[in-house]
Design a binder for this molecule. Structure first.
Ligand code: HEM
Length: 241
């Protein structure tokens, strides 16, 4: 199945991504709130670009069977920033954000590549349900609908939506080149996300060469993430079938 490839052949990049300073400090609860607001602000720019590009292909036969307006993440980020009283008119992209936006612009006529980028931001919501719990605790947010909607946009519906989205990808009829195009989008999304934390762009090969020896495939095989336990993983996936 295509989604098995998207998951298993990206395991190393997922592990590099979740070890970066931003996801790492969010899940450890060590990121200062002011920095969390900066992360949200940058994500607003990236997701605004991706939402617009994806929406322009909403009726494409490879996109329409899976696409739903509720998967557009910009409104959730805007809600979070409004909750914290952040002015969104004057956010300037940092270099990593600009690279991500440029990449989206360069692929705006490639719906399957965009679908790959979209797959990764929706997939990341799985781990982000755990991140959201820590963030709420760290910043004393008592209402789950306020301040962490970007991390946890779907609440209890998260897993059903994700399983349905993956089933939709597997139900597409794609030739090998089309599958490769979607896969390339997922890979690019991991690399661009990792690069959000890096001053100079580092491509996939350089990232894998740099981190390769310290990566732990058994952690991925057992519970997907270095930050979650087997029990947390089981809680997440309990009703998958
Ligand atoms: C603290 C950080 C993170 C944690 C704890 C985490 C954890 C997880 C967990 C538990 C899953 C669910 C695995 C399953 O379905 O069995 C998952 C899936 C996923 N995560 Fe993460 N993750 C983190 C960061 C990231 C980042 C930064 C990205 C993207 C750049 C990302 C992208 C994904 C994707 C695409 C999936 C779906 C994988 C697939 O089924 O293809 N994650 N993550």
């Amino acid at each position: 199945m295509l989604t098995t490839r998207l998951k298993d052949d990206n395991w190393a990049l997922h592990q590099i991504a979740e070890r970066q300073p931003t996801p790492g400090s969010l899940i450890k609860g060590t990121m200062p709130k002011a920095d969390y607001l900066l992360v949200l602000a940058q994500q607003l720019l990236v997701n605004t670009a991706l939402d617009a590009a994806l929406k322009s292909h909403a009726s494409n036969p490879h996109v329409s069977p899976l696409f739903d307006e509720c998967q557009l993440l910009t409104p959730y980020i805007a809600e979070d920033l409004a909750f914290f009283g952040v002015d969104t008119d004057s956010i300037a992209p940092n270099p990593g954000t600009q690279r991500y936006i440029d990449h989206i612009e360069a692929h705006k006529d490639h719906p399957l590549h965009l679908l790959g980028l979209h797959y990764v931001r929706l997939g990341a919501c799985n781990g982000n349900t755990f991140v959201a719990r820590i963030v709420r605790k760290a910043y004393s947010l008592t209402d789950p609908t306020q301040g962490t909607r970007y991390l946890d946009p779907f609440g209890k519906a998260q897993r059903n939506q994700w399983v349905a989205f993956k089933a939709g990808i597997d139900a597409l009829t794609l030739d090998q080149a089309q599958q490769d195009e979607l896969f390339a989008g997922t890979r690019a999304a991991y690399v661009l996300s990792i690069n959000l934390d890096l001053p100079e762009y580092t491509d996939a090969n350089a990232l894998l060469a740099e981190h390769g020896k310290s990566l732990d495939k058994s952690a991925f095989d057992e519970h997907h993430s270095v930050h979650v336990t087997k029990e947390m993983q089981e809680e997440l996936t309990a009703n998958d079938n």
